[in-house]
Structure formats: structure tokens, C-alpha cells
Design a protein around this ligand. Sequence first.
Ligand SMILES: Cc1cc2nc3c(=O)[nH]c(=O)nc-3n(C[C@H](O)[C@H](O)[C@H](O)COP(=O)(O)OP(=O)(O)OC[C@H]3O[C@@H](n4cnc5c(N)ncnc54)[C@H](O)[C@@H]3O)c2cc1C
Length: 385
Amino acid sequence: MLSDRADFPLRRSLPATEVTSEQHIWNWAQNAPLGPQTRLQRPQDEESLRHIITHRSGRIRPIGTTLSTGDLLAIQHEQDTLIDISGLSGLLRSSENSATFAAGTPLHEVYQTLKTLGRMLPASPGVIAIQTLAGAIATGTHGQGLGQGALADDVLHIRLLCADGTVAEFYRDHPWFGALQLGLCCLGVMTEITLRTVPLTVFTCFKSAVSAGGLQEEIYTWNKAFTFNKAWWFPEDDRVHVWCSREATPRERQRYRAGDAVALSAGDSSLNATVDQTLTHMQNDTRILGEEGRHFDTVTRFKDFTDLTGDIYQLFCRGIAAPQINVKIGIPLARAGQTIALIKQWYAEAHPHMHYPVILRCIGLAQPRLAAAHLLFWLRGLLCR
Ligand SMILES: Cc1cc2nc3c(=O)[nH]c(=O)nc-3n(C[C@H](O)[C@H](O)[C@H](O)COP(=O)(O)OP(=O)(O)OC[C@H]3O[C@@H](n4cnc5c(N)ncnc54)[C@H](O)[C@@H]3O)c2cc1C
């Protein structure tokens, strides 16, 4: 399948003739050098960031947790500068319906802070929360649910440090705002981001394992009937693991208050054999040793699954960041069924080797001005060999 090593480099695959890996900054996946250690700056506040920008010799590239692909993060010339923005972190101020964070705040801190304020973002979270707020906004990071969009959709205000060291403040009515929301750092370095917040709500997530036979129709049914839907499709076993979530009933909320995130059903083991087989593939393919296999928890958690009541972060933001070979495709929702049928046909003919299920997530967009102003159907799969 994806055999081109240039497009999908293995971890620490720098040619032996180049400078040694210890002298380089690497991206999180450890498969792309971003630049020499000597070209990295770590400002602790906006003033020192401004100093770096105004005294730079080449171009600058801010980096967050470096989860993105190397080509989005690496500097191109030896006089360019990498700027680690994680020193700019924390809640700066909040109002009844908004909260302003420093751009390098990790998402888990954003979510935890909002929870202590009794608030959450209207957009559902992605599967992990180790990203910086700026990195997640700049790349259109998203969760699931047709009634909400990407995290960037909840941005009300951006404070930007421009290439000449001046500060610019942008609000939603600015004609450039859509470009800034998904800016990929083309327009400047974000230092503050204000987010729209709503009251923290408790949801119940119903989990099931079903045949993949009706997937091309059911993907619409699940997404129309539930606030949040996510599905993992295991083509090898013709099975789909489905999470359908809606606001909790008063009784479910009562039980939740009595015991935090509450399991509502006995463990269902019907997916366990499929999960074991997937784990074997992942172990054989990634050959990642150490960390006591913790990265495989991202799949192991599908075993003995139960319905759950909890807040949106307890239910959906539970992934373990695990290096994988990953292809992510967004298509208009209307073409989801047709696309699933084509993938089924392709899978039957080609029998590709896969070490992770295809993930299906639908998102809508509250604000039509974002770059991808369509309903999107996200299909995420991992193919190798
Ligand atoms: C295991 C894993 C799971 C993931 N799960 C999801 C998911 O569920 N949903 C989803 O949508 N995505 C997901 N992603 C993608 C991830 O959310 C994005 O790659 C995100 O950009 C990572 O944030 P970061 O802090 O690592 O940013 P980086 O990768 O460090 O940076 C991303 C971009 O933001 C720019 N940038 C960083 N800081 C600033 C700043 N201050 N001002 C301007 N630009 C800036 C960078 O220059 C770069 O262009 C996942 C990725 C991984 C590896």
C-alpha cells in the first residue's frame, strides 16, 4: 500500500550522512527533523517573542507540540528560526460567555480550566488534548457532530504578532478573520486567543458493535439522531464500533453527579477478538517498543465497552497519542454513503493490510466563512505495506 518512504518516512529516518539526530529538533512522530537545536528559541512572554521576531535573520516558524507533519513545521534555511510557543501559556481572562488563553496553552489545560468555570467549548474535542491551542486552531483540529464545527469555529478574537513586530487585534467582523482562524502561521504568530464558551453539559454515550453491512446508510441515521457520533470501521472483520451521544436525561445526570463518569451498562465483549487482532497488526507494523505498550491503549479501550455518562471531555477526549501511518480525507457529507461503498469494493478487491480501523466523523460548520465551508465527512484510516 503506502510504500513510498519519502512521503511516509519512518521514525528517525535522517540519512546517516546528515547531522546526528541529537543535534536536531524532531517532530512529535519522530520522523522529520525540523531544524538544528541551535535555531530553536523559547520565549516566555510576548515581549521576548517580539524581540526574536524583530531581530531575526531569516524566516520564523512557531511550533506547538509538533504533532503536525514535518513539512508544516521544518525550517527551510539555516538562518531561519523555530519558536517554541509553549512558554506563552494559561488563562488570561474570562467573561460570562468567553475565555482568553495564551496561544501556547495545551488543550487539556484549556478544557480543565473551562470545566472549573462550569463552561465548555461549543465544538467537541479531538481525540487527544496535548496540542497547543494555537497549533490546534491553525490546522482546523476538530471532533465530531453535525451541530458543531472545528475548534477554530469558536474563536472570537486573535491577538497577532506581525512580521514587523507590531501587534494586531482581530475580531470576527474583520474581513480577514476566516484566513486567520486556519492560518497555518502564514499571517503572523498568535499570542492570545479568545474562545466562545457555553455551559458545561453532561452527555450520555451509547456504544455498540454492529455489522458494517448497512454502514453507508447508517452513518446518516446516527449523525442525524445524535448530537455527537463517531464510528470505527474494522473492514477485515466487517464490524463497526459506534458511539452515539446525546444530552443526559435528569436521571442519568443524577447518577453521574453521584459518581463522576458513570458506566451505564455491563461490559460488552463482542469486539474483543477484533481488537486483539488489530493489536497484533499494530505491534507487528509499528515495532514501537518501551512505554509499556501504553500507546496501544488507544485500541485496547474498545474491549468490554460500556455506555457512559460524563462531560464532553470525559467521553470523547480519551485517546492515547500513538504514532501511526495515517491518511485523513474530508469529503462533503452527501457523498459519504457512495464513498463508503467504493471503499468496501476496493477493500474486497485489494485486501489491503490495515493496522487500525477507519475512523468516521462528521462535522458541520456554524460559521460559513471558514475555508472549508461545507459539511464534512471525515474518514481516517491507517494503511501500510
Ligand atoms: C495522535 C494524534 C491525534 C490527533 N487527533 C486529532 C483529532 O482528533 N482531530 C483533529 O482534527 N486533528 C487531530 N490531530 C492533528 C493535530 O490536532 C494537529 O496536527 C495540531 O496542529 C497539533 O497541534 P500542535 O500544538 O502540535 O501544533 P504544531 O503541529 O506544532 O503546529 C501546527 C501549525 O500551527 C502553527 N502554529 C503553531 N503555533 C502558532 C502560533 N502561535 N501562531 C501561529 N501559528 C502557529 C505551526 O507553525 C504549524 O503550521 C491529531 C494528531 C496526532 C498526532
